[in-house]
Design a protein around this ligand. Structure first.
Ligand code: SAM
Length: 274
């Protein structure tokens, strides 16, 4: 049996997730995006590529930072995600973001076209992250920066562990997709092996309180986790959800349910000699 193409799988899940991705329980993508662009601190007028842009949280922060004389290119494989960004562009009259459906590993741009390349919570979807990073470097100007975010090891714990154990009881498994990059050393190695200079990785302990376990389910259902949970046969999904949420409810504190969003901000500079 041929294995499904991981890119097609990711695009299909995010095309379903797109309509709920910006829901109130999923507050972390916008605030991580803002922090990423603060770290990048691009000059006004800069040209930026936002890889795996999704509904555009990074693109919008970047567009504001570079001003109307700058330009942001948002690319993603999931058309429905980019459609949400297009709605925001129209709603807020944002003049300097362009959108393209495009694979993060095969960029249709010439060498050195962008001042900087950024990617938030997208690199771990690439079947070959090192090759992807090389491609991002190719389109970056010498001296430009390539930055990405990934989740740290404690992100979404302890709920994630409960989720995985419950999935196993239902005969479904969760791919350990983020593990290769979940610690700063692995991120640093990836950056250095790619040939980036002045590589840095900063771990930030971010997070917030969800109102209750139902909001946790909003996170599950409106993120890549949806693709995993949909592996459970539909006639058993309701009982999985009920059992999992009953377990998660035991974690509730006075302020609600803590959503740990430990995030690693990683990046480096393209050498001027490349
Ligand atoms: C978790 S979302 C992150 C979206 C956005 N960067 C953010 O911070 O909210 C991951 C995104 O990666 C996209 N994606 C996954 N694999 C991709 C690939 N090979 N090329 C382009 N986009 C991809 C998905 O469609 C999805 O929109």
């Amino acid at each position: 049996m041929t294995r499904p193409d991981p890119r097609a799988e990711a695009a299909a899940v995010f095309n379903r997730v797109a309509f709920g991705y910006d829901n109130p329980a999923m507050r972390f993508p916008p605030f991580c995006a803002d922090r990423l662009i603060v770290r990048l601190n691009p000059a006004r007028g800069a040209k930026i590529l936002d890889v795996a842009a999704g509904t555009g949280v990074v693109s919008m922060a970047a567009a504001q930072a570079v001003g109307n004389e700058g330009r942001v290119m948002a690319i993603d494989l999931a058309e429905n995600m980019l459609d949400r960004l297009q709605e925001k562009i129209v709603k807020f009259g944002i003049p300097n973001i362009d959108l393209h459906v495009m694979d993060a590993s095969v960029l249709e741009f010439r060498r050195g076209y962008f001042d900087h390349v950024v990617c938030s919570f997208g690199i771990f979807f690439l079947p070959d992250m090192a090759a992807g990073l090389q491609e991002w470097m190719r389109v970056t100007k010498p001296g430009g920066r390539v930055l990405f975010t990934v989740f740290g090891k404690q992100a979404f714990q302890p709920m994630m562990e409960m989720f995985i154990r419950r999935m196993e009881r239902y005969g479904a498994s969760v791919p350990d997709r983020q593990a290769p990059l979940a610690d700063p050393e692995s991120c640093l190695k990836l950056l250095n092996d790619a040939g980036l200079e002045n590589s840095e990785v900063h771990a930030e302990q971010l997070g917030y309180h969800l109102k209750d376990e139902e909001q946790w389910w909003e996170v599950v259902w409106n993120s890549a986790m949806r693709g995993w949970v949909e592996k459970i046969p539909s006639d058993r999904l309701d009982s999985f959800r009920a059992e999992h949420l009953a377990e998660v409810r035991t974690l509730m504190g006075e302020q609600g349910l803590w959503l740990n969003v430990e995030t690693l901000f990683a990046g480096g500079t393209k050498p001027s000699s490349v």
